[in-house]
Ligand binder design. Structure first.
Ligand code: S3P
Length: 181
């Protein structure tokens, strides 16, 4: 099966949903930030501090490209992976893209107030920053998504079951369209 990529803002649940989804579908699981850390031999926080966001985005793009070459894989991406148009293109062509949404308040609760592991939220008013980034990124997420799942107030098992259901619907719709051709 084609790779499944989870996209969405920080704290939307991409990693935990991705891991459980892969387990249920018996697919491999990779977390893009973890791959980036292995590749750069630094944590995400260190990469931002020592090399800057541009360098991070460059490694992120290379890593995403590599990860999407492998079939039968669930990939949880970082929240900013849709910023570059080359990433959006490759996500669209190489994977089924699942967009997990959550409101700014929920996101803040989930990521907490510290920017310990999320350098972009290490600011005076993380809520404002979440709102500002969400406004910029929402159209980009929507632009690549095949399936959108609102995670507000939903328990992880339910989110994963909903994703599986939607992926099955999409696959059977695509099969029908292929048969008509
Ligand atoms: C980022 C999200 C993070 C990580 C980096 C930048 C972003 O990943 O890639 O801190 O730009 O939104 P998560 O979405 O997994 O927190």
């Amino acid at each position: 099966m084609k790779a499944i990529a989870l996209i969405g803002f920080m704290g939307a649940g991409k990693t935990s949903v991705g891991r459980l989804l892969a387990e249920k579908l018996e697919m491999k699981f990779v977390d893009l930030d973890e791959l980036i850390e292995e590749k750069a031999k630094m944590t995400v926080l260190e990469i931002f501090r020592l090399r800057g966001e541009n360098y991070f985005r460059k490694v992120e793009a290379e890593t995403l490209k590599g990860a999407l070459q492998v079939e039968d894989t669930v990939i949880s991406t970082g929240g900013g992976s849709v910023i570059r148009s080359e990433n959006r293109e490759i996500l669209r062509s190489k994977s089924i893209v699942i967009y997990l949404t959550a409101g700014a308040g929920d996101i803040l609760k989930r990521v907490g107030n510290t920017g310990d592991s999320r350098p972009l939220l290490n600011v005076d008013s993380p809520l404002h920053e979440i709102e500002r980034l969400l406004e910029k990124r929402q159209p980009l997420y929507e632009n690549v998504a095949d399936i959108t799942v609102d995670t507000t107030g939903m328990e992880i098992n339910l989110i994963v079951d909903k994703v599986i259901n939607e992926v099955n619907n999409l696959n059977s719709k695509n099969r029908k369209n292929d048969n008509r051709r």
